[in-house]
Design a protein around this ligand. Structure first.
Ligand code: ADP
Ligand code: MG
Length: 700
C-alpha cells in the first residue's frame, strides 16, 4: 500500500483548483499522459522550470534597455483612450524622475484600466520595454500593482515548458497550488551521503526547484536538482535490484545444450557464424547451464545477426527437453521471425508455432493446446504470448526482440506473472553502457560487434547542398550502371517555418531528370501503396527511391548501394546511422552522401564527421550521447521511455554510479526493506512510481 503520506501528491491532478475538462486535456498533453485521468499532482511537482524571468532590474524609465524586462515604479499622469472605431491602442502615461513611459494596450474593453491605473497613483509595472522614435513604451505589462503592494510582485519567476493553449500564468497558479501538498518525507538517504553531497531534504529541494533565485538554480548542477536526480536514480536502481534479486531467487532450471538440434541447423546455414555470434552464443549457453536465471541483453546493430543467436539459444532449451518463446514488438515482425526461423530451423525438425493477437478461434485453441502439452517447442509471437490463457508445459527460455523499443518495465511484468524462464533481451538500438545501467541495472551484456562477412564498408561523405547538382549528375552515371539509390528527405510537407525541401518537391525535380525510374514513398501513404512502391524498388522497376524516414526500419533491398540524405544536419546521429544501414547489405561497395545545408555549427560539424569516421553503432551512440543528450538518442520525446523526470545521465552520471552502489548495499543489508531506512525507501519507490518492485517484496 502506498503510504498515506503521499496521498495528497497522488490525488488526481484535476483536484487542483482551476483544472477543468478543457484545461485537463492541455495538462495531459503537457505532462505526456494519455488523459487527465492519468495525471497526478506529483506530475506537476516534477514539472521543472527551464529558465527564469528576472524582474529585479529597476533601472528607471530613461535607462531601461531596449527589449529587456524591467520593473518600473512611477506615477500615472494621463489616460489616452483610442479614438472611437480605430485600431489604435489605449495608452496610459506614467513618469518617474528619469522620464516618461507609455503603457500600451490593444483591444481594451470596459473601464478596467481606469480602475487599475488611477491618475496620480504611484504604481509598479513590470514587462518588456521597447523604444520607438526615442520614446519608451511597455506593451501589455506582465504586472501592474499599486506601489504599496509592490512587495507582492514576484521579482523572480520560474518559466516552465508549456504546451500550446496553456498560459504560463495558469500553469504557475496550479503549480503554486500543488507545492503545499508536498509532505515532509522520511529521510531515505544515508546521513554520510547527505553530508558529503550537502543535500537538503527532498521537500526543500522540490520547493527550491520551483523557486529559482538566479540562473545557477536552473542549472542541472544546482544542489536541489542534484538531490532530486539522486533520489530518482536511487529509486530506479533500487527497483531494478529488487527485481533482479527476485529473479535470481527463483533458481533457474539449468539448461544443458547437447547440440543434437543446433548442429544440423548450423551445418545447413548458408554462412558461418561471425566470431561475435559465436561468443554471444557461448555466453548465453554458459548462463543457461548455471543454476541462476539468465538475464542477458544482446546488443547488435541492425543486420548484425541477432536472430541466429536467438535460434541457437532456443534450440538449446529444446534440446534440454523444454520450450522457448520469442516475443517480437509487432505482429508483422512476429510473422517475419516465424517465416525466417521456420526455414532456418527446418533441419532440426522442431515444432514451431506463431501466436499473436490475430490468431483466433480454433487455430488459437489448437496452438494453446499444443503449447500446454509441450508439443510446440518454439513459439513466436507478440505479447499475446504472455496472456493468462497461455500455459506452457516447460518454458525454459524467453527471448524478447525489442528492436528499437526499450521498455524494461513491461518486460519485468512477465516475471510478476510467475513465469520465470531464462531471459535474453535483444536490442538493435546501440545503447551506451550508462544507459543500460540506468534502465536495466547491471544486466549482463553480449554484443555483436562485427558485421557478417562479405559486407563492404560504406564510404560516407558530407557534401553541401550547394553541390546538389553534382550529386544528381553522379547519380545519372550510377543509375546508368544499373545501381539503385535512396534519396531521403526529412519532411513530408513544406512547412512555412522552415526552408526544408519537401519530399514531394524533391521527387518532382528528380523525376524531371530521371523520369519513370524514380519512385516516392512517405509516411502519409497507406500500407498497400507503400508496399507497391517498395516492391517496384526491389524488382528494379524503380531505381531511385525518394523517401522520408519510413525506410528507416525493416527495409531490405540488398542491391541498393547509394544513400543520399538531404538535410543530414537535421537528423539525429542514431537515425542517420540507421538510415545508412539500408545500404551496404550486399557484396557491392556502397556510398552514403550526407547533404547538409551550411553553415554548420561546430556541433553539427562534429556530429557529421563522426559518421564519416565510423560505422560502429556503439561508438556513434556514445558520441551522440555526448553531443545531444540521452533523451533524443532514445527518442524518448516520442515514446516516453525510459522516463527520467529530473535526472539526466549527461549531467548526473556521477550520481548514477553512487546510486547503483547504494542500492546494492541496501539490498544486501535489508533485502526486504523492513528497517527504518527500508520503510523510508519504500516511500521513495512510490514517489517515483517504481512501486512495481514492491510487489516483488510482498510476493516474497
Ligand atoms: P538483426 O541483428 O538485425 O536481427 P538478422 O539476424 O536479421 O539481423 O540478420 C541479418 C541478415 O544477415 C540475415 O539475412 C541473416 O541471414 C544474415 N546473417 C546472419 N548471420 C550471418 C553471418 N554470420 N554471415 C552472413 N550472413 C549472416
Ligand atoms: Mg532482427
Amino acid at each position: 500500500m502506498r503510504p498515506a503520506l503521499l496521498d495528497p501528491l497522488f490525488a488526481p491532478l484535476n483536484s487542483l483548483p482551476g483544472i477543468g475538462p478543457k484545461a485537463g486535456e492541455l495538462y495531459a498533453r503537457l505532462l505526456g499522459r494519455e488523459s487527465i485521468d492519468d495525471c497526478r499532482v506529483i506530475d506537476l511537482v516534477f514539472h521543472a522550470p527551464h529558465s527564469l524571468i528576472d524582474r529585479r532590474h529597476q533601472p528607471g524609465i530613461a535607462r531601461a534597455p531596449q527589449g529587456t524586462i524591467v520593473t518600473i515604479t512611477g506615477r500615472v499622469d494621463r489616460h489616452q483612450p483610442p479614438a472611437p472605431r480605430t485600431n489604435q491602442p489605449y495608452r496610459v502615461f506614467l513618469h518617474d524622475e528619469t522620464g516618461e513611459l507609455a503603457l500600451t494596450f490593444f483591444r481594451v474593453k470596459g473601464n478596467w484600466l481606469e480602475k487599475a491605473l488611477p491618475i496620480d497613483e504611484t504604481v509598479t509595472v513590470s514587462g518588456k520595454v521597447d523604444w520607438f522614435n526615442g520614446r519608451p513604451s511597455m506593451v501589455h505589462p506582465d504586472y501592474m500593482v499599486r506601489a504599496l503592494e509592490a512587495e507582492n510582485l514576484p521579482l523572480v519567476e520560474p518559466v516552465y515548458p508549456l504546451t500550446a493553449g496553456l498560459s504560463a500564468r495558469i500553469l504557475r497558479k496550479s503549480i503554486e497550488a500543488a507545492l503545499p501538498r508536498i509532505p515532509d518525507f522520511p529521510e531515505w538517504l544515508d546521513e554520510a551521503l547527505l553530508e558529503k553531497q550537502s543535500f537538503a531534504s527532498t521537500r526543500d529541494c522540490f520547493l527550491t526547484l520551483h523557486d529559482p533565485r538566479d540562473e545557477t538554480d536552473i542549472d542541472p548542477q544546482a544542489p536541489a536538482r542534484r538531490r532530486l536526480a539522486y533520489d530518482e536514480f536511487l529509486a530506479g536502481q533500487l527497483s531494478l535490484s529488487l527485481v533482479r534479486q527476485r529473479l535470481r531467487k527463483v533458481a533457474g532450471t539449468p539448461v544443458h545444450a547437447t547440440a543434437t538440434l543446433s548442429k544440423p541447423v548450423l551445418d545447413a546455414l548458408p554462412f558461418s557464424l561471425t566470431a561475435s555470434q559465436v561468443t554471444a552464443i557461448g555466453e548465453v549457453l554458459k548462463d543457461m547451464a548455471g543454476t541462476e536465471r539468465m538475464l542477458r541483453l544482446l546488443q547488435g546493430d541492425v543486420g548484425s545477426g541477432k536472430t541466429a543467436v536467438a535460434l541457437m539459444s532456443m534450440l538449446a532449451a529444446v534440446e534440454a527437453g523444454g520450450q522457448a518463446v520469442l516475443m517480437a514488438p509487432t505482429e508483422i515482425l512476429a510473422r517475419q521471425h516465424f517465416a525466417t526461423l521456420s526455414k532456418m530451423a527446418a533441419p532440426a525438425g522442431v515444432t514451431i508455432d506463431v501466436l499473436t493477437g490475430r490468431t483466433k478461434g480454433r487455430e488459437r485453441e489448437a496452438i494453446l493446446e499444443r503449447i500446454a502439452l509441450g508439443e510446440t517447442q518454439i513459439v513466436i509471437g507478440t505479447h499475446a504470448l504472455f496472456q493468462d490463457t497461455v500455459g506452457y508445459a516447460n518454458l525454459l527460455l524467453a527471448v524478447v526482440d525489442e528492436q528499437h523499443r526499450f521498455g524494461v518495465h513491461q518486460r519485468l511484468r512477465l516475471t510478476a506473472k510467475g513465469i520465470s524462464p531464462h531471459m535474453l533481451v535483444m536490442t538493435a538500438t546501440p545503447i551506451p553502457r550508462t544507459l543500460v545501467l540506468a534502465a536495466f541495472g547491471d544486466m549482463d551484456v553480449s554484443k555483436l560487434t562485427e558485421k557478417p562477412a562479405g559486407r563492404k564498408p560504406i564510404q560516407t561523405v558530407t557534401v553541401s547542398t550547394e553541390r546538389t547538382g553534382e550529386i544528381v549528375s553522379r547519380l545519372h552515371t550510377a543509375l546508368g550502371e544499373g545501381k539503385k539509390a535512396y534519396w531521403i528527405c526529412p519532411l513530408v510537407e513544406e512547412s512555412d517555418a522552415s526552408d526544408l525541401m519537401s519530399v514531394d518537391e524533391r521527387f518532382q525535380t528528380l523525376k524531371s531528370h530521371f523520369g519513370a525510374q524514380v519512385g516516392l514513398v512517405h509516411g502519409r501513404m497507406n500500407g498497400a501503396e507503400k508496399d507497391t512502391v517498395m516492391l517496384a524498388f526491389k524488382t528494379g522497376e524503380i531505381r531511385l527511391l525518394v523517401a522520408t524516414t519510413v525506410v528507416e526500419v525493416g527495409v531490405d533491398v540488398p542491391d541498393a548501394t547509394i544513400m543520399v540524405i538531404e538535410h543530414a544536419e537535421r537528423f539525429g546521429l542514431a537515425q542517420l546511422h540507421q538510415l545508412r544501414g539500408r545500404v551496404g547489405r550486399g557484396d557491392e561497395a556502397s556510398t552514403c552522401i550526407l547533404l547538409y545545408k551550411g553553415p554548420l555549427s561546430e556541433n553539427g560539424r562534429a556530429r557529421l564527421s563522426i559518421l564519416r569516421e565510423t560505422e560502429d553503432g556503439f561508438l556513434i551512440a556514445e558520441e551522440d550521447l555526448k553531443l545531444r543528450g540521452e533523451g533524443e538518442l532514445l527518442g524518448t520525446r516520442q515514446s516516453g521511455t525510459p522516463g527520467f523526470r529530473i535526472a539526466s545521465l549527461e549531467a548526473h552520471g556521477d550520481l548514477l554510479e553512487i546510486a547503483r552502489k547504494d542500492a546494492a548495499y541496501i539490498i544486501e543489508r535489508d533485502p526486504e526493506l523492513t528497517s527504518d531506512r527500508g520503510e523510508a525507501l519504500r516511500t521513495l519507490l512510490y514517489l517515483y512510481r517504481r512501486d512495481e518492485a514492491i510487489r516483488f517484496l510482498r510476493a516474497g
